[in-house]
Design a protein around this ligand. Structure first.
Ligand code: RIB
Ligand code: CA
Length: 333
């Protein structure tokens, strides 16, 4: 089987962590590189979190740091949902990273890797699309040389950071608009489906029971669960792991139903700044490019896939700890 080659651009981020775990534990996917962006937390934090996640996976994936701020927008970091570190936990945390950041700006690395392998690289965007916009502004041919873009962002039936706008697009609407006008082949996983990409109590219990304490993976997801507005409002039985959706679609496209729609981004700066809209009128004027938009998902199958991936990572961390402990014992004699 030829493994699909990924560059994951992200702002870890609890659900980014779950998405990376799913990609890293899926046999049909290969993470070539991780690029980080300012989003859920400042770039220093999202990059440090990405390095810790790669260390927990136990595989050497290069991490490149990217944009320190959006193209125009400026905002307060949503520490309420992800904590001040961007990956806060109710208890145990991920082990310290095993590697440092790889030199080179994320946008330039995206350009270099896509040009080195035309038609081969799938871009997975899980945060504000600042790095992708910078790459496309510097080298517009990236849009036609990339295999495709799958991204978590937007929503056609309402927002989360404002009434109409979803956080990833709202945090850098100009970047999202540039990407969606670039001609890139894109599939959008917006709140229409990702709000329903939750784990339920059984999934969380299965994750918690997967390894003896300390179980940082369970504790990290528990933090995100306790900060979830949807859980608090009784609109979801557990945490919606938004960013897992684009990766899950790459693993098994039958998990979702998509529709080709002309999606635009509001960059006017008014009350709907960052909102994504799809003009479904048959007589709608020619719009920007059409993209595929996910509108339905199979939540139970998705939850099982994601929980299994998180359990895999929990066991990798536990095994690393056991190996370290036995090496220490042997060294002490
Ligand atoms: O709106 C959800 C998105 O915002 C996710 O990518 C989450 O990580 C946050 O960045
Ligand atoms: Ca994210």
């Amino acid at each position: 089987m030829t493994r699909r080659r990924l560059i994951i651009d992200c702002d870890p981020g609890h659900d980014d962590f779950a998405a990376i775990a799913l990609a890293a534990t899926s046999v049909g996917l290969e993470i070539e590189a991780i690029t980080t962006v300012c989003g859920n937390a400042p770039i220093e934090r999202t990059t440090a979190n990405a390095l810790a996640i790669v260390g927990a996976l136990g595989v050497p994936i290069p991490v490149y740091s990217g944009a320190v701020a959006p193209l125009l927008q400026r905002y307060e970091f949503p520490a309420a949902f992800h904590g001040v570190t961007g990956l806060d936990s109710v208890g145990a945390t991920l082990p310290p990273p095993r590697q440092g950041v790889t030199p080179g700006h994320a946008a330039l690395e995206i350009i270099a890797r896509v040009n080195a392998a035309p038609g081969e690289i799938t871009l997975v965007a899980l945060g504000p699309m600042t790095n992708l916009a910078l790459a496309l502004a510097l080298d517009p041919d990236v849009a036609t040389k990339v295999r495709e873009l799958v991204f978590m962002g937007g929503g056609l039936s309402g927002g989360n950071v404002t009434a109409r706008a979803e956080f990833n697009v709202w945090a850098d609407p100009e970047a999202a608009a540039l990407v969606l006008r670039s001609g890139i082949k894109a599939t959008m996983f917006g709140l229409d489906v990702t709000n329903r990409a939750w784990l339920d109590a059984d999934d969380l219990a299965r994750l918690k029971a997967a390894v003896a304490a300390p179980n940082p993976v369970s504790d990290i997801i528990q933090f995100y669960t306790e900060r979830s507005g949807d859980v608090a409002a009784g609109r979801a039985p557990g945490p919606s792991l938004h960013d897992t959706c684009p990766v899950a679609w790459l693993v098994d496209p039958t998990l979702f139903e998509t529709e080709s729609l002309p999606v635009t981004v509001d960059t006017t700066g008014g009350p709907h700044y960052g909102a994504t809209d799809a003009d479904r009128r048959p007589w709608a004027p020619p719009h920007h490019q059409r993209i595929d938009v996910a509108l339905e998902l199979d939540q139970p199958r998705l939850a099982r896939l994601v929980t299994d991936a998180l359990i895999d990572v929990a066991k990798r961390i536990a095994n690393q700890a056991q190996v370290a402990e036995s090496l220490t014992r042997n060294a002490l004699g």
